[in-house]
Write a protein that binds this ligand. Structure first.
Ligand code: 13P
Length: 287
């Protein structure tokens, strides 16, 4: 059932668990995440980055595919179709395309500019019955081979953005996208506690969910995190399973080259990763 993410995140806040956002890249990814959510009776958010949207030939294609698949697979758990790290124009395109949720990432702007653009998009999103996520304190990660450490968001800036009536807020607390480097210092729980207090109970979002130790995930949920984004971990599982299939020479046996066979181990591997994360985040049985 395709819905915006407002109610599922509010329920997560109340129930002290987190809803996973799993980024999708193609049909197999989408099918794996939807089927796992349904089997586990868990709400879920499908994340679509600008790059993934382009890869799939446009946001409208993604929205149409998810909507059709939701029907053909008879998915009854709540599913949100969410733009991940959108620019202003991408947010507008996703509203047009039929997404149910957007993230406007204005973290690289001066706070005044972030406030201005977020304010405009909150109004447009809510008019269109969509949920909206905003960001303060940019989340690092690998760019051109250099791994940048995540910023720690300023609690005052978080409050200023939270007060704009956004539905959930991504705040940098030392988290980064991709695999964490060996010298990563871990999440900054003092910062998270301050942000949680200052923003008065707004649901918080933790990006960079790949590779964060279980204890840190649980502690973050206890401090107001209700949505956790996972992307790289599914990509790694998919790649590993596909490599094993090819390295074992299975594509050379019978019709093992058929994409429906060749992509199956990767599909199953994504399902396993999503199951592990939903279990850890506590969203199983919460649909
Ligand atoms: P990872 O790729 O590190 O899991 O991060 C995903 C994410 O935060 C998407 O916004």
């Amino acid at each position: 059932m395709i819905v915006n993410a407002k109610d599922m995140i509010a329920a997560a806040k109340k129930g002290k668990y987190a809803v996973g956002q799993f980024n999708i890249n193609n049909l197999e990814w989408t099918k794996a995440v939807l089927n796992t959510a349904q089997e586990l009776n868990s709400p879920v958010i499908l994340g679509v980055s600008g790059g993934a949207g382009k890869y799939m030939t446009g946001f409208a294609t993604v929205a149409a595919m998810v909507s059709a698949m939701d029907k053909s697979l008879k998915i009854s758990v709540p599913v949100a179709v969410h733009l991940d790290h959108g620019g202003y124009d991408e947010c507008l395109s996703c509203i047009e395309a039929g997404f149910t949720s957007i993230m406007f990432d204005g973290s690289h702007f001066e706070i005044s500019e972030n406030i201005k653009k977020t304010t405009e998009l909150v109004e447009i999103a809510h008019k269109n019955n969509m949920s909206i996520e905003a960001e303060v304190g940019s989340i690092g990660g690998e760019e051109d081979g250099v791994i940048g450490m995540g910023e720690i968001a300023d609690p005052e800036a978080c409050k200023a953005i939270a007060d704009l009536n956004v539905d959930f807020l991504a705040a940098g607390i030392g988290n980064i996208h991709g695999v964490y480097p060996a010298n990563w210092k871990g999440l900054d729980f003092d910062a998270l506690e301050k942000i949680n207090k200052k923003t008065d109970g707004i649901p918080l979002v933790l990006h960079g969910g790949t590779g964060i130790p279980e204890e840190m995930i649980k502690r973050a949920i206890g401090l107001g995190v209700c949505k956790i984004n996972v992307n790289t971990e599914c990509q790694l599982s998919f790649a590993e399973a596909t490599r094993a299939y090819i390295e074992a020479g299975k594509d050379k046996v019978g019709k093992g080259f058929d994409p429906r066979k060749l992509l199956t181990p990767g599909y199953e591997a994504i399902k396993k990763t999503v199951l592990e994360k939903m279990t850890l985040f506590g969203s199983v049985g919460r649909a």
